[in-house]
Design a binder for this molecule. Structure first.
Ligand code: GLC
Length: 391
């Protein structure tokens, strides 16, 4: 049986906690979430590695708080994440609560970053409502506006797919899909420099909202899947502004990117690296339930495995089971893929759920873990890994 570790109340990321049996996953998640909660109403992903508020993390945290029975914190977290939205609907992906000068030079503005992240707030709002949590109208409105910003203001490809302006917007920072932007081959430190430079070419609206980036005009399959699905989720509550039809059109455009030989959706854009088989690229299953995609997730020589979906297909040359975004299991992706499989009634749902729970426990609620051993990677513990309670 795997083991989990629990930080003490008020403790940050590290702290030498005592191991617990995996059966106590719920208690461990609750203790971690309380330790990572910050006054003013948000949860940090980790006390030391990620001490700020991140957009898609907060959407996942809201789900975890709801699962833990704390609807107030769930709503507060979502409200806070969306409070920094601008007049066009753009939602920054990071908020520097309490220290607006942090990284202000880097982003060119105080208080927040100047790019976004996957709009998981659509799902978070819908799921909270399904669970009986009252979500204020203003939060629902902001979620709609956030999606409408992506549909209406963000640059599209000729085929209608929504582009991101930066690798960070996908949430999958160092995915092998971006290797075409790292001259001489991927290397983590060098790619960090590339990512910094890519901010310079972002085209912005007058108020600063990021609209396009000629140097990174990528329509990520995973990002588009999440835009479409989150719009579908919100449209189930409130279909104003034509969310549903926008989502359906986007899902159709995405499915034109299905590559039957590789069993993946490919990115739209100029670089061949957008064809690497990754777990996030199969998020299209949230809106187009292809059996072949679920089969790829079940294949132990590809993306399948005992601890959830490997981040990169084991047959790819870029596959590295120990490296950040190059092969480890990411719990938030496994949670989303599990949702897709449950909705489609595909049997891989069972393996994804078991893998997520076992991997979360065995890794000590790590940010990500080795797909074959569950050895922890990144921040330990990391808040979003509490999603293991929801499967
Ligand atoms: C890393 C991840 C990103 C996440 C952030 C905070 O940068 O790549 O997706 O939002 O950490 O957890």
């Amino acid at each position: 049986m795997g083991r989990v570790t629990v930080p003490g109340e008020g403790e940050g990321l590290e702290g030498g906690p005592a191991p617990l049996p995996a059966d106590d996953l719920r208690a461990a998640v609750a203790a971690m979430m309380r330790a990572h909660w910050r006054d003013g109403g948000h949860t940090v992903p980790s006390g030391s590695v990620y001490p700020w508020q991140w957009l898609w993390d907060s959407c996942f945290h809201a789900l975890i708080w709801a699962e833990l029975g704390d609807g107030d914190r769930a709503v507060a977290e979502l409200t806070n994440a969306l409070a920094v939205q601008d007049e066009l609907g753009f939602v920054p992906h990071m908020t520097y609560h309490g220290d607006p000068s942090a990284r202000a030079d880097f982003w060119g503005r105080p208080g927040t970053s100047s790019i976004t992240q996957p709009p998981v707030y659509g799902h978070a709002v819908a799921e909270l409502v399904r669970r009986g949590v009252t979500v204020p109208d203003e939060v629902v409105e902001r979620a709609v506006d956030g999606l409408r910003f992506l549909f209406d203001h963000r640059a599209r490809t000729a085929d209608g797919l929504v582009t991101v302006v930066h690798p960070w917007e996908t949430g999958c920072d160092d995915s092998p899909r971006w290797d075409g932007w790292c001259p001489g081959g991927y290397e983590r430190a060098r790619f960090r420099v590339v990512k910094g430079d890519l901010l310079d070419s972002v085209v912005r609206a007058e108020g600063g909202a990021p609209l396009a980036n000629p140097a990174f005009a990528v329509a990520s399959a995973g990002f588009n899947a999440l835009v479409a699905w989150n719009a579908v989720e919100l449209a189930g509550l409130t279909d104003h502004d034509g969310l549903r039809s926008s989502a359906d059109e986007l899902a159709e455009a995405l499915d034109r990117r299905w590559d039957a030989d590789l069993s993946t959706w490919t990115d739209d854009g100029p670089h061949a690296s957008g064809r690497v088989r990754t777990a996030d690229a199969l998020l299209g299953t949230l809106v187009v339930p292809r059996a072949e995609a679920f089969a790829a997730l079940a294949d132990p020589s590809g993306l399948g495995g005992p601890y959830g979906a490997a981040g990169t297909d084991r047959r790819e040359t870029a596959y590295d089971p120990d490296a950040y975004w190059r092969g480890p299991v990411w719990p938030q992706l496994t949670y989303l893929l599990h949702r897709a499989a449950v909705t489609a009634g595909d049997p891989v749902a069972g393996a994804l759920a078991a893998g997520l729970r076992t991997g979360a426990a065995a890794s000590g609620l790590a940010e990500y873990w080795h797909p074959d051993t569950a050895a922890p990677g990144g921040a330990v513990p990391q808040s979003w890994t509490g999603l293991a309670l929801l499967v």
